[in-house]
Write a protein that binds this ligand. Structure first.
Ligand code: PLP
Length: 219
């Protein structure tokens, strides 16, 4: 199937209130334009330099999301245009995002990445650490960032029950935080292999790459 057919198929499967982020990392501009011509406007990348190049090259009504781990010294390259940063995992990073957003007089939306997979990934916060950031006085002094929800990645496994329990845990955490966070609207969970389970568990934003653009070739 073509990129545009893939997009139409996925759009038909997801509720209208769920956002689809097309993860276009490693893919050429032509592929992104095919998705764009099929109506897709939200694109996600995991490398700041690659995203910035694509932002320069492609139509300006595209909404760019950074879904990968963010190095603080590179925030400045995307501060002018990035709409949502999915994988924020420290107050230090939020401070840098705030500082760079201020230079462009912008408000940058961020999600806190929660570690839900059992895999020993380096990234993501536990619930207590996320709560500490959300409740910190320092966050109130950062008017150019807004934390609008949570993001998580499930364990890479065939075991659907396991994926389901990880996503359910994230949903429960999201709902609990939402009681106190008026800006909380977004729960980013679900990729090509597990977005159907994520939707069952209450995802509001799915990040789909290979099911739209085909397998990635990193060579
Ligand atoms: C690459 C990536 C995706 C998309 O992965 P697919 O399995 O190709 O859909 C989603 N989220 C993050 C954070 C990614 O890095």
């Amino acid at each position: 199937m073509s990129i545009s057919e893939n997009i139409k198929k996925i759009k038909a499967e997801i509720p209208s209130e769920v956002s689809l982020v097309a993860i276009s990392k490693t893919k050429p501009n032509e592929d992104l334009m095919e998705a764009y011509d099929a109506g897709q406007r939200i694109f996600g990348e995991n490398k700041i330099q690659e995203m910035t190049q694509k932002w320069e090259d492609l139509p300006k009504d595209i909404e760019w999301h950074m879904v990968g781990h963010v190095q603080r010294n590179k925030v400045k390259y995307m501060a002018e245009f990035v709409e949502l940063i999915h994988a924020v995992d420290s107050l230090k990073l939020l401070k840098e995002i705030n500082k760079q957003a201020e230079k462009h007089n912008r408000l940058i939306k961020c999600l806190l990445q929660i570690k839900i997979a059992e895999e020993d990934s380096k990234y993501g916060l536990d619930v207590a650490a996320a709560k500490e950031i959300l409740q910190s006085e320092e966050l109130r002094k950062l008017p150019h960032v807004k934390i609008t929800g949570l993001m998580g990645m499930a364990t890479l496994t065939e075991n659907e029950d396991k994926i389901k329990s990880e996503f359910s845990f994230l949903r429960t955490t999201f709902e609990a935080f939402k009681q106190e966070q008026e800006d909380f609207t977004t729960l980013s969970m679900g990729m090509s292999g597990d977005y159907k389970i994520a939707l069952e568990c209450g995802s509001t934003m799915i990040r789909v790459g290979s099911s739209i653009f085909g397998e990635r070739n990193y060579n």
